[in-house]
Design a binder for this molecule. Structure first.
Ligand code: AHR
Length: 352
């Protein structure tokens, strides 16, 4: 028979075992509770990050773009490039406004963009002056303004963040240099000039660049210079007037864009002369139609000006929204084509 002492020992041992087991169980329960909490926390973090990612992608960068109009093939190509780039990228929402060549319409569009609190304003300014008031409003509203293709004249340079586009002065200089190369520096040459829109930086600077070079050669003279408003019909009309007054005296046409050059070509043919031969043609832009004219021998020199600014605008807008600094002048890459052979080789790859 077991003694009372033995029975007590067994009881204490069993009790200890029960205690140890229940302690283990509690530990397990606690640790599994911790895991659950951790999992839940993780899930929350993931959800949070998914949510904020979701929020980012459902919150596009809103760009308000005020375009000048559709006066030329170049301008249409620029509009298409910007629409195609921004409308096909879910990171953007584009608000587009066509000013139909009127600065007042552009100012109205900018005021609307400011009222709608867009993130960025892209402005292709029809003329250089008259932007202070509306751009000050944009600045006060904290909306950065990116100028596209044409520049403006403002005292306060902080009224816009960046300019994406070409060096128009250089384009004018290149047009003159190539014309002199083609005709020869010793040959007496009378030039008529078809200017772009009065007051536009594209017209002012292309005129200045061309004159810089021409003035250095006494054999070369600009005998007439008038606006053809960057359009084919006006270019033709002005060229008809030049031919009427100066007829056989004209040796070359310098057109600030291809559309006016193409109008001039028509006028010269109707007048009974051969464009590209009797009258040399140099123009700026590089649209397909002028390449075809050069291949056909009806024009001679193309100074390229790139309108495909959509990708550069998208990049600049993203950088700005990421708080990065962007270049003050984002330049476009351009070249010059002289003669039928060069034009023919380049034609298949032309994108506008
Ligand atoms: O500002 C660029 C000029 O504007 C292009 O050369 C011309 O074709 C356009 O309309």
């Amino acid at each position: 028979m077991k003694s009372i002492k033995q029975v007590l020992m067994i009881f204490v041992t069993v009790l200890s075992l029960v205690f140890i087991l229940s302690a283990c169980n509690t530990e397990n329960t606690n640790s599994s509770n911790e895991d659950t909490t951790a999992e839940e926390n993780n899930e929350e973090t993931t959800n949070d990050s998914e949510e904020s990612e979701g929020e980012e992608s459902s919150d596009p960068i809103v760009v308000g773009f005020s375009q000048i109009g559709a006066e030329s093939g170049w301008r249409t190509a620029e509009t298409e490039s910007i629409k195609e780039t921004l409308e096909n990228d879910p990171q953007f929402e584009l608000k587009f406004s066509d000013a139909q060549q009127k600065q007042e319409n552009q100012i109205k569009a900018l005021r609307n963009f400011i009222a709608q609190e867009v993130d960025i304003i892209a402005l292709a300014p029809v003329v250089e002056s008259g932007w202070e008031t509306v751009l000050t409003d944009a600045k006060d509203a904290g909306i950065p303004v990116i100028l596209l293709d044409r520049g403006i004249e403002v005292e306060d340079e902080t009224l816009y963040t960046s300019f994406i586009g070409s060096d128009f002065i250089l384009e004018g200089e290149n047009a003159a240099k190539e014309l002199i190369n083609l005709i020869g520096e010793d040959v007496e040459t009378n030039i008529v000039e078809l200017q772009g829109t009065v007051g536009a930086s594209a017209a002012n600077d292309r005129m200045e660049g061309f004159a810089n070079v021409i003035e250095e050669n006494d054999n070369y003279n600009i005998i007439k210079s008038q606006t053809g408003e960057f359009t084919r019909s006006k270019g033709k009309e002005v060229m008809e007037a030049f031919l009427k007054s100066d007829g056989e005296n004209i040796d070359a046409v310098y057109a600030h864009n291809d559309d006016m050059a193409l109008g001039a070509i028509q006028a010269i043919e109707e007048y009974g002369l051969k464009p590209g031969e009797d009258i040399k043609i140099v123009s700026v832009d590089g649209i397909r139609d002028i390449f075809e004219a050069v291949v056909a021998g009806k024009a001679n020199i193309i100074v390229e000006c790139n309108p495909l600014l959509g990708p550069q605008l998208a990049q600049a807008a993203k950088d700005l929204m990421d708080g990065k600094e962007i270049e003050r002048w984002i330049k476009t890459e351009e070249t010059v084509f002289v003669g039928a052979e060069e034009a023919e080789a380049a034609l298949p790859d032309r994108k506008y």
